[in-house]
Design a protein around this ligand. Structure first.
Ligand SMILES: Cc1cc2nc3c(=O)[nH]c(=O)nc-3n(C[C@H](O)[C@H](O)[C@H](O)COP(=O)(O)O)c2cc1C
Length: 415
């Protein structure tokens, strides 16, 4: 029987999120104090060797990203940290839990990240609808200034750092890092061509480290407790824990922090109290709309970045939407494709027109087309074409639910 392993969520429900004293009493800001006695490059090495990978969805090595940002453009007068607190992936609400219930943990991670890459300014780009997250983050920032964890000469170390909160307007695409930087600069949320990556040329043209809230919440704990402590959790290549947000046909939907490597069956049976009313499991959508369907054959696969990738699935943001036999794959797929059509910024033709045509084609499955199997194959082919010709990763997303739905559920889609 698997249990939760609360690392980043260790203080949830135990402290008053609006009290910096409560946070400090749990060992809060010890990571920052220790970090300020270390050389910036040693912090990067510690994070690198701890094996932390980005929790925003892509699973890229956090230490490598810090290293690239720290080493790029030595003549640049400024470098930045940008916290991705936009959390727009359907079915995902893990960052909200951290921001509402323990905002100092990710703020501390942000300050350490800034010190490690020698940035003196960080922005938190927070989804505008997340009102409680905004209130608590704002208070956490103000209290951190008052206690000398932010501002000039932090804890007499000689290091200065300011954090500014910026609010997003609810565009899914503004969670994509380069689009977020455009928005931060006050422009419309349209994507930029990559490369250059933010590490080379980010916000205001300066080297920028973009990290997710959950990623940053791990940082103070790694620095305080050390990389060996961190590596005891999870697997060799996917170290640490992951917060999964489970919704759909389970008895206890919610958020669960577990060691990397848990299986879907363990998550549903041991933590979520099993399928709702004992209904048979049919499918799960892993990673949100930009995620993949899996069927019963994947229930015992370990959910790590690499294992799921090898099996053609994704871990993504950690969203898990569970479906029972009675649920319609068509309806869920339709909802994903409509979402992409709605959220496409319209800048490039393949994504703008392609996502619209995919929705229309999918609807033809229900409107009496004769060769349904050929239509499903066309949808998969079109999603590949859109992925390979779009300007940004939003156009590369429809292929994930489309291809996996076709792989496991063509029979149902054509019935
Ligand atoms: C369309 C789209 C939306 C995204 N939305 C988010 C988001 O809401 N939050 C997030 O942390 N990352 C999001 N990402 C991933 C970011 O681009 C980026 O990889 C991430 O912030 C990097 O942080 P990490 O290395 O700590 O994971 C999104 C990516 C795409 C393509």
């Amino acid at each position: 029987m698997i249990k939760e392993t609360r690392v980043t969520l260790k203080n949830i429900g135990k402290i008053n999120p609006e009290s910096i004293d409560d946070y400090i009493a749990t060992g809060g800001y010890e990571g920052l104090k220790k970090a300020l006695t270390m050389k910036p490059f040693s912090i990067i090495d510690e994070i690198l060797e701890a094996g932390l990978r980005g929790r925003g969805g892509a699973g890229f090595s956090t230490g490598m990203k810090k290293k690239f940002t720290s080493e790029s453009c030595q003549s640049c007068p400024q470098r930045y940290v940008v916290v991705n607190a936009d959390e727009g992936e359907p079915g995902t609400f893990k960052d909200r839990v951290i921001m509402e219930q323990d905002p100092h943990i990710y703020l501390e991670g942000t300050i350490i990240a800034a010190y490690s890459i020698r940035a003196t300014k960080a922005y938190i780009y927070l989804r505008g609808e997340y009102t409680d997250s905004i209130t608590r983050t704002r208070k956490a920032i103000a209290d951190a200034y008052e206690r000398g964890f932010l501002g000039k000469n932090i804890l007499n170390s000689g290091f200065d750092c300011d954090v500014e909160l910026r609010l997003g307007a609810g565009s899914y695409l503004c969670g994509e890092e380069l689009t977020m930087l455009e928005s931060l600069e006050g422009k419309r949320g349209n994507p930029r061509i990559k490369p250059p990556f933010p590490a080379e040329k980010g916000v205001f043209g300066a080297p920028t480290l973009v990290n997710n809230v959950e990623t940053l919440a791990n940082v103070p704990l790694i620095i305080k407790n050390g990389k060996e402590w961190y590596r005891q959790f999870g697997t060799e290549r996917s170290a640490g824990t992951k917060i999964f947000t489970v919704s759909g046909q389970v008895n206890k939907p919610g958020y669960y922090e577990v060691e990397m490597g848990i299986t879907l069956r363990q998550l549903i049976d041991d933590l979520c109290g099993g399928m709702l009313d004992g209904k048979p499991f049919k499918a799960a959508l892993l990673g949100g709309a930009a995620g993949t369907f899996v069927d019963v054959s994947m229930l015992d696969e370990r959910m790590t970045y690499d294992n799921l990738k090898e099996k053609g699935a994704t871990l993504g943001s950690g969203a898990v939407i569970v479906m029972a036999e009675e649920d319609s794959i068509y309806e869920v797929l339709h909802s994903c494709l409509r979402f992409f059509k709605h959220e496409s910024c319209g800048k490039c033709v393949p994504c703008r027109v392609g996502t619209t045509l995919m929705v229309k084609d999918l609807e033809r499955l229900k409107n009496g087309v004769s060769d349904k199997e050929a239509l499903v194959q066309k949808l998969v082919k079109d999603s590949k074409m859109i992925a390979s010709t779009s300007l940004c990763p939003l156009g590369q997303s429809p292929i994930l639910p489309m291809e996996s739905a076709a792989r496991y559920f063509t029979d149902e889609l054509v019935s």
